[in-house]
Design a protein around this ligand. Sequence first.
Ligand SMILES: Nc1ncnc2c1ncn2[C@@H]1O[C@H](COP(=O)(O)OP(=O)(O)O)[C@@H](O)[C@H]1O
Ligand SMILES: O=P(O)(O)OC[C@H]1O[C@](O)(COP(=O)(O)O)[C@@H](O)[C@@H]1O
Length: 306
Amino acid sequence: MIYTITVNPSIDYVLQLKNLNTGEVNRTSNDVKLPGGKGINVSRILKELKIDSTALGFVGGATGSMFEELLSKHELKTSFTKVQEDTRINVKINAVAQNEETEINGAGPAISADEKKSFMNNLNDIGEGDVVIMAGSLPKNLDATFYLDIAKTIQKQGAEFVIDTTGQALLDTLPLHPLVVKPNHHELADLFNVKFNNEQEIITYARKLLDQGAKHALVSMAGDGALLVTKDKAYKANAPKGTVINSVGAGDSMIAGFAGTFMETKDPIESFHMGAACGSATAFSQDIAVKAKIDEIYNAISITEI
Ligand SMILES: Nc1ncnc2c1ncn2[C@@H]1O[C@H](COP(=O)(O)OP(=O)(O)O)[C@@H](O)[C@H]1O
Ligand SMILES: O=P(O)(O)OC[C@H]1O[C@](O)(COP(=O)(O)O)[C@@H](O)[C@@H]1O
């Protein structure tokens, strides 16, 4: 079984307008509310791929109830820990004529010591053969070591993990050998405090994640595709041409495609191919991609060794 952990889920309020004029009143041409958060998006793609998962995380307040109602349409298995404070609302602004996406993500609720304890107790059922995908930012008062604590706990119980977060919280978990990590190229540059001039430099730094313990490193590059770096090889997936409708969740979709396929095939290249297909399919969709779109995009992607 795959478990996804979204410690800081959200309602994603996606606003579409022609142009965004800051400092002025702007009116939308279209808006939707989606159940968001990185692990949630991963579970949604896994469902499209007919791979079972259970979504875990903290949910609270009136916004938490709305989040659960929005999510109920997707019929995911969930086991959320209830918290006192409100689940956050993240605002995503797509300025179509400017071809620009602006995101404002909330900090999220404070989590009490009891709520944290109850969440950790909820991990007891995870065991041998399971994969835990931990993704996204931490709510404001959780320790930076929270992901590391989870990784240690589930690893003792025999499970593997995937982590998609940034900064030190990511680096700290590498010695525990995550199955895959997926920074985008900006996040990878920030991790090592460098700027990239070409793909070879990106590969060099992605390999440092492997040196520190990751089993596979994916580096996503939005409209420029993605790289997969293994111990002695590197591969590139192209990003097919298409109309980007809402790229929120493209990275999460890539992780879901990779991890879900890897669990079934143990083939990193096939997993990369499916990950890239899921990422682009979501970028070309209003919401998280559906299976038909993923299948269509899969055929437009080729993986080349570089
Ligand atoms: N504009 C786009 N056109 C085609 N594919 C895209 C586009 N944006 C994202 N993707 C696909 O989704 C993957 C993840 O997107 P990216 O934006 O890099 O992740 P994140 O959301 O984590 O920053 C990319 O590597 C690419 O395969
Ligand atoms: O936890 P964070 O880093 O604030 O990100 C949360 C946001 O990330 C998303 O999961 C989208 O992530 P990606 O675009 O990176 O795939 C949104 O649904 C959500 O609003």
